[in-house]
Design a protein around this ligand. Structure first.
Ligand SMILES: C[S@@+](CC[C@H](N)C(=O)[O-])C[C@H]1O[C@@H](n2cnc3c(N)ncnc32)[C@H](O)[C@@H]1O
Length: 279
């Protein structure tokens, strides 16, 4: 991809996420802005992202694990911090956080939320290449961001340069689009709906996140989860009728237990990877 085309696409990516937040914020506090004060967003059509309880079922365990795995009072870089839930949680736990994102309006929302919560977070509208060579971090985290990087190889080299020698790089990322492709096919071919809720760079690097990180870092811990719970949630969500919320949650919790068993037995690899790495 030439760099001009890449720049245009990066702008489109930023606009996509800005529109996403502006739409969601009409209905309340999304879990990806303030996890602790998240509300159910009563959108005209219920989407997975409207519901903090579904997010908890899908990602609650991995989010807790991530938050618990940082040394106290670390200087942390949150790459692609978006609406800022992770930066905010880290600041609440006493870490010194720099949150970066290319989407200006997302950063405005994050700044506003930090202020309302009396947290000091250094938010910046920028990408990794804009951080100076004199900056360095104890911990760099990426939650759902680096799988959006079309040039993940270069970006990981930048992460390495910004990480202290004894620093940690922690990621929670999509590492496969097998089930997502199935959901897209199902939506298009069976339900005749479009796939417009995907960002331009969605899954740009999912298939190579694991190998590219392994190539550049020492992986101290690695685990895979969510082989089919997320797709099940999407399929349930696509049904032409609404299940009562309680039934929906119970069904998903049950599927997640079976999913955890299957991924533990390595019957499936899981679509989400948690990696805890050093240089
Ligand atoms: C799926 S969202 C994840 C946001 C956040 N980490 C979270 O957990 O809610 C991906 C984010 O990465 C941002 N992003 C995409 N490319 C980026 C880049 N090159 N540099 C910085 N941020 C980027 C997008 O604007 C978006 O906010």
């Amino acid at each position: 991809m030439n760099s001009k085309k890449l720049d245009e696409d990066v702008l489109k990516e930023a606009r996509f996420w800005e529109d996403f937040d502006i739409e969601a914020m009409k209905y309340g506090m999304p879990y990806w802005v303030d996890y602790q004060n998240a509300q159910y967003l009563n959108t005209p059509k219920r989407f997975l992202w409207s519901d903090p309880e579904i997010d908890k079922i899908l990602y609650g365990d991995v989010k807790r694990r991530l938050l618990n795995s940082l040394p106290a009072e670390s200087k942390v870089l949150d790459i692609g911090c978006g609406g800022g839930w992770l930066s905010l949680e880290l600041a609440r736990r006493g870490h010194h956080v720099v949150g970066i994102d290319i989407a200006e309006k997302r950063i405005e929302i994050a700044i506003d939320t930090a202020k309302k919560n009396n947290q000091e977070i250094d938010y910046r509208v920028c990408s990794l290449e804009d951080l100076g060579p004199d900056e360095c971090f104890d911990v760099i985290v990426s939650f759902g961001t680096i799988h959006h990087f079309p040039n993940i190889e270069e970006e990981l080299e930048r992460v390495k340069a910004l990480l202290k020698d004894d620093g940690l790089f922690i990621i929670v990322e999509n590492c496969s689009n097998l089930f997502r492709n199935f959901a897209d096919w199902f939506r298009k071919a069976i339900l005749k709906r479009d796939n417009s809720s995907r960002s331009p760079f969605e899954d740009a690097a999912s298939h190579k996140v694991v190998s590219e990180v392994r190539e550049r870092f020492n992986v101290n811990k690695e685990s895979f989860s969510l082989a089919f719970t997320k797709i099940s949630a999407e399929v349930i969500d696509l049904l032409p009728f609404d299940l009562p919320r309680g039934v929906h949650y119970s069904l998903l919790r049950l599927i997640k237990i079976i999913d955890n068993g299957c991924t533990a037995l390595k019957l499936f690899r899981g679509e989400t990877v948690f990696m805890w790495c050093s240089k």
